[in-house]
Design a binder for this molecule. Sequence first.
Ligand SMILES: [Zn+2]
Length: 118
Amino acid sequence: MRRFVLNRSQDVTGISGTGVILNGVEHIPGGLCSVYWPKYGTTGQYPSMKVLEAIHCYNGNAVVEWLDNPDRNCEYCDNADAYEMNEMDQGQRTGNVTAICKDCWYSGVQLVFHEPHQ
Ligand SMILES: [Zn+2]
């Protein structure tokens, strides 16, 4: 999973306000996103970041800012829409990473973790 915030520059409706208006987590690459709106204490779920952006980032009035794991090319098919995932061992991060896209994630590809390169 990776965390993100939604940073709104223009508030067309006057409801959400501007600045960082939403905290969220994308659970798997290209998949379900859970969000929290601090101003109203409400939560929501979106089937994908694409849907969330279509609803909340229209006309460029808001941008998604990732807090974890910047976008990378997929290490299994070179798709540019991938992100870094951490290897976990008994609930602990090992420090090893891989980068995978949604298609490869759902294809069940065998993940190969390695030390992060700069
Ligand atoms: Zn891929």
